[in-house]
Each structure stands twice: as C-alpha cells, then as structure tokens.
Design a protein around this ligand. Structure first.
Ligand code: SF4
Length: 350
C-alpha cells in the first residue's frame, strides 16, 4: 500500500458520515493492534469497535483449566502455551498448581511438547491443545508423529475450536465482522462469501497498520452502500482456497464435536476431537479422567465481553480487582484478550 493509498484510507475514515456502525474484531490480535497502532483514534464517532470471541485462551472454559490441573495432580507433566498457565481455574491456576509441585512446562509449539516427551521417557507428558484452525494443524502434526513413532508417554488434552459455527452464533451482534486473517489463511474465503448470502458483512484483515487501515476503510466505504458484502483485504496471505494441505491434516487427525465456549455456551459441532485412530493420545481417555465442570468467578464478565455485549470497561472489576498482575478472568491474562488490551493501552480510549 503506497503512502497515497494510506492517506486515502485515512481520509475515508475521517469523512464517513454513514449510520452508527458496530465492527466486531473477531480476532483478539486485531483488538490489540487497533489499540497499539492508534487505529481506534482515527475512527469516526459513530463507529464502534467491539471485541469478539477470537482469543483462543479466552474462549476456553474454566473446566478445561480444571481438567489440566487434575492431570497435573495425577503425575502428568503439562506442556502448554504460556498464556494458559495464569488463567484462573475454579479454585486455582496451573501456575498455582506448579507452585504446589505440579510439573508445568511452557512450550512454543506442540512439536516442542513432543520433543520434551521424547527426552523424558519416564514422564507422562500432555500437551494442552487449544486454539482455532490456525494452531490446530501443528497439534495434528504432533499427534501424527507421536502415533507414527509409537511414543507412549505423550498425549493431548484437546479443546480446539472452529470458527464457522461461532460466526453463526454471533450473527446479529455486529454490523461488520473483521474476520481473523490467520484462521482464513487455513480455511480460505468461501465461508465468508457464503455468509454474505445470509446478510452477514465482513472484511478479512491483516495485522499491520496499513492492512488494518485498509480493512477499516473498506468496511466503512462498503457499509455506506447498504448491501451485505465481503472483501478479502488480506490477499497477500489469504487465498480463496486457503491451505488445503493443512485442512487435510486436520481432517486426518481430528473430527468435529460439540464444544463449550466461554461466553457463548455449547455450540454444536464447533469443536474438534481426536479421531478414534488417535484415541490412545486422548488424555481424557488415557488417564480415565472424570467429568469435570468448572465454575468461573461470578463477578467476571468475560462472557459478555466475548459476545461483544459490553466492553471491558463495563466490568466492575476491570482495573480494580482484576489487572494483568492479578487476573480474575482469562480475558485479562491472554496476550489476545480484550480486557488485557483495554488495560494495556488505556481504558479511556474509544
Ligand atoms: S476485567 Fe477481569 S473480571 Fe472483568 S471481564 Fe475482564 S477478565 Fe473478567
């Protein structure tokens, strides 16, 4: 995008005189980047950015943390992305369990977790598999490799989710969806195109200042025309067909299942579970885990934030009881969480 094009995009934002518009940042990284890059300050008064459910750690229910702690307390080494460690469970976080002696290792990829399992044959090692289509392929790759190599001390606790059913559940909560670029780099654009026929508008956005500015300008210009629309404003990464090899990998290893989302409840067929072929890697089955139902802090409004019903500032605990150093809910912990973005970049900003 040239300097002139950037100026044009900024001019489109400044000159918008259409109706009140609610744009949902489905992806938590968009929430953070729109704050960090100052894009929010460029938006006209009648345009509201609201956060959505695209933070994988945030939408993972409390019960999943409790399940991970149950495993940790049954002599299983937990390997996980760092954000999950500090998310409060019903009574404690994995960080608190670690302080009590549980083995909790932070890894950067599922393959790191598998490598840890290879190097520690005397430990049972479980990887906490959360995230959307973006991160699922790496978990599937680890499962395939573990299976192929016959690694018996490795398993996965799976709470992966997929976006299509979430879009359906969120229909009507925003005028325009800012679609998550990384998810659609895997799945392609067909779903977004199909949603136009159901009256759902959206723009697929990248993550740089230019890409976000362009996406916002496109959203505002198209919204003024009054017809449902979809525009791929991230074509350098998202191709219409997505990444077929990654989709095929997911389909080989996992299958759709019903899934519980923090804030959105149980959404049929919106989750992924290991296929029967990989049942020996399923930590719930392998360790005979009982059914565990978590209970979130009743004062936490993460669910309302994730549905776009309120902003973090509307939560009475925001910035007082709940801060990044002392988080009450997942949205204040995660690097993609809306509450953490509002806290980090200024709750007073629009
Ligand atoms: S500010 Fe804290 S308590 Fe309030 S919704 Fe966000 S995470 Fe939950």
């Amino acid at each position: 995008m040239s300097e002139n094009a950037t100026k044009t995009a900024a001019q489109i934002l400044a000159s918008y005189d259409g109706p009140h518009l609610r744009i949902m940042e489905v992806c938590g990284t968009h929430t953070h980047e729109n704050f960090r890059l100052g894009i929010r300050k460029l938006l006209p008064e009648q345009v509201d950015l609201i956060s959505g459910p695209g933070c994988p750690v945030c939408v993972t229910p409390v019960g999943f943390i409790d399940e991970a702690i149950w495993l940790a307390e049954h002599d299983v080494t937990i390997t996980t992305f760092g954000d999950l460690v500090r998310v409060p469970g019903t009574t404690k976080s994995l960080a608190a369990a670690r302080a009590e002696g549980a083995r909790v290792q932070v890894v950067y990829t599922p393959l790191d977790a598998l490598a840890y399992a290879r190097e520690h044959a005397d430990e049972q090692v479980c990887f906490l598999s959360v995230g959307f289509e973006t991160t699922v392929p790496a978990a599937c790759l680890a499962a395939e490799q573990a299976h192929a190599e016959g690694i018996e001390n490795f398993s996965l606790l799976v709470a992966n989710k997929t976006m299509p059913q979430a879009y359906a559940a969120l229909k009507g909560s925003a005028d325009v969806f800012l679609y998550p670029g990384h998810v659609h780099a895997i799945t392609g654009t067909k779903l977004c195109e199909d949603l136009v026929e159901q009256g759902v508008s959206g723009v697929l956005a990248g993550f740089t200042a230019k890409e976000l500015l362009t996406a916002m300008a496109v959203a505002l210009a198209k919204a003024q025309q009054g017809e449902p629309f979809f525009v791929n404003a991230y074509p350098r990464v998202v191709k219409p067909e997505g990444t077929p090899a990654a989709v095929a990998l997911i389909e080989r290893v996992m299958e759709p299942c019903d899934s519980e989302w923090r804030g959105l409840g149980n959404i049929p067929q919106s989750g992924l579970a290991l296929r029967d072929t990989y049942a020996d890697l399923d930590a719930r089955k392998k360790f005979g885990m009982p059914k565990i139902v978590g209970k979130a802090n009743p004062g936490c409004r993460c669910g309302d934030v994730l549905r776009g019903d309120i902003t973090p500032r509307d939560c009475p605990l925001f910035g007082k009881v709940c801060t990044p150093l002392s988080p009450v809910g997942a949205c204040m912990v995660s690097g993609e969480g809306a509450c953490s973005a509002y806290y980090q970049y200024g709750g007073e900003l629009r």
